[in-house]
Design a protein around this ligand. Structure first.
Ligand code: G6P
Length: 472
């Protein structure tokens, strides 16, 4: 029977080394949370890195067996691969560049060598499990060369590629010395997906200007195959979040939050630690709100969760310090005996706890400088069973294209963010409900299952089209 092979750098489960031994936890980030609920179907398998360096083969074997029983196949990375491929090329070269932080981009040939090598390594891992007729679905910026490597190994297979982060404008992308090889890598796929039409447009423009291929109507002809490029805005597992919020355990979970935050308007902020998320500007806007509108002091709490991420990368270390300092400054300037303006947590929270926070929050303040999609805002909306609550959302997040009933802001405009917080805190309930209803209708319809099935159907369609063109 044919199966679908999902490949991403990070598996949806990450292995942690604890005193008691190895522990298996859910991975962070949109990709893992988004696809986490579907890969276990049938004979499907997920290939990826379990997120740790293992010192001996015995440990690797233990991990392989345990993951195998959960439909996962690990790719182990050495210490230097973690440094040069993962922290290096993926997160110091591609990540900043694709999020328009070009001033942070590191151009290093050693990183590039490692990137090619690890993409080859992933290709070999796929070759161990793939059978003719399987569908192969490659995910995200860490594996841009893999579709082409797979195409060499499996000339006739259906290969899909989806990028979860933005694709930058040609003017930014062209700065990468390896731009041509990267594009040719992606073009090994039959179907190439992005979250938004802007990403599609930017990608097509790079393909046409850098490698001179014809890209009319989102179709690329590379001389051998027709390749389709399209936007597939990723949804969430809507039912899962709605059900969690409605679960009988939720009432109990809410008690400590309600006690600690009683009489407060709660503004919720949840992100991985990342400069693309705009956390310092968000804090500055909150500080401005307290400064300019003293009537909100002691009446509003910013509940801010920052999930540790990539903490070996220099820019992330610096960001952590900036956030710590800002939170310290704001809290020490405005706090009173009975009120702390910012409740700041630097750790990951289990999904049940997140669901409680979504339920308790009056406002979600999601203000990335740049974000491929952003699923947190969608989870917030899905959790609002009584439809009371306001979403403030950056226009730089892919999700803003779908969620136009949010209060849309520019994250560089602190004044606008302050006014959005004021508007959210005073918005009549009836208006909150109308906006929430519209957003829920959209997210319910285009949930994660729908997203997967639309992508897969389109992949099947383009394969059939290629066949019919070949026999014409
Ligand atoms: C984003 C990326 C994912 C990545 C996740 C977590 O959502 O699109 O590819 O896995 O961040 O980052 P990490 O570096 O921890 O895998």
């Amino acid at each position: 029977m044919s199966k679908t092979i999902i490949i991403s750098n990070r598996l949806p489960i990450k292995v942690q080394r604890k005193e008691e031994g190895l522990a298996y936890e859910t991975s962070e980030g949109g990709l893992a949370t988004g696809l986490g609920s579907i890969y276990k179907e049938g004979d499907n398998v997920w290939i990826g890195w379990p997120g740790l360096f293992f010192e001996d083969e015995a440990e690797e074997q233990e991990v392989t067996l345990s993951l195998k029983s959960q439909s996962m196949h690990p790719v182990f990375l050495t210490e230097s691969e973690i440094k040069e491929f993962y922290e290096g090329f993926s997160n110091e070269t591609l990540w900043p560049s694709f999020h328009y932080f070009s001033q942070y981009t590191v151009y290093d040939d050693v990183y590039w060598e490692a990137y090619q090598h690890v993409n080859r390594k992933f290709c070999q891992a796929v070759m161990q499990v793939a059978q003719p007729g399987d569908t192969i679905w490659v995910h995200d910026y860490q594996l841009l060369l893999l579709p082409a490597y797979l195409r060499e190994a499996f000339p006739d297979s259906s290969i899909g590629f989806f990028q979860h982060i933005p694709f930058p404008s040609f003017e930014v992308f062209r700065m990468l010395p390896w731009r041509e090889q990267l594009l040719k890598g992606i073009l090994g796929a039959d179907l190439i997906g992005f979250h938004t039409y802007d990403d599609v447009r930017h990608f097509l423009s790079s393909v046409s200007r850098i490698i001179g291929m014809n890209t009319a109507q989102g179709m690329i002809d590379n001389g051998y195959r027709q390749i389709m490029v399209d936007a597939f805005p990723m949804g969430i597992d809507y039912e899962k979040y709605a059900q969690l919020a409605a679960s009988p355990e939720m009432k109990e979970k809410l008690i400590p939050y309600n006690e600690a935050l009683s009489g407060q308007k709660v503004i919720l902020s949840i992100d991985r630690l990342d400069y693309s998320k705009g956390i310092p500007a968000r804090l500055q806007a909150f500080e401005l709100l307290l400064q300019e509108y003293p009537e909100f002091r002691e009446k509003v709490t910013l509940f801010m969760l920052v999930v540790p991420s990539r903490d070996q990368v220099e820019k992330y270390k610096q960001l952590k310090e900036t956030i710590d300092e800002l939170v310290g400054r704001i809290n020490s300037s405005y706090r009173t005996i009975s009120w702390n303006p910012i409740q700041y947590f630097y750790r990951s929270f289990p999904i049940e706890e997140l669901s409680a926070l979504y339920t308790v929050a009056d406002i979600a303040l999601i203000t990335p400088m740049r974000d491929g999609m952003n699923l947190v805002c969608k989870e917030f909306v899905a959790s609002k069973l009584d439809q009371k609550g306001v979403l403030i959302l950056s226009e730089m997040a892919g999700a803003a294209k779908e969620l136009s009933d949010a209060l849309i802001i520019n994250p560089n405009d602190l004044g606008q963010m302050v006014q959005a917080m004021r508007e959210a805190m005073t918005m009549p309930e009836a208006e909150q409900q109308i906006r929430m209803q519209h957003m829920q209708d959209i997210l319910k319809r285009y949930d994660i299952h729908q997203w997967v099935s639309i992508f897969m159907n389109r992949l099947e369609y383009i394969k059939l089209k290629q066949l019919s063109l070949a026999t014409e």
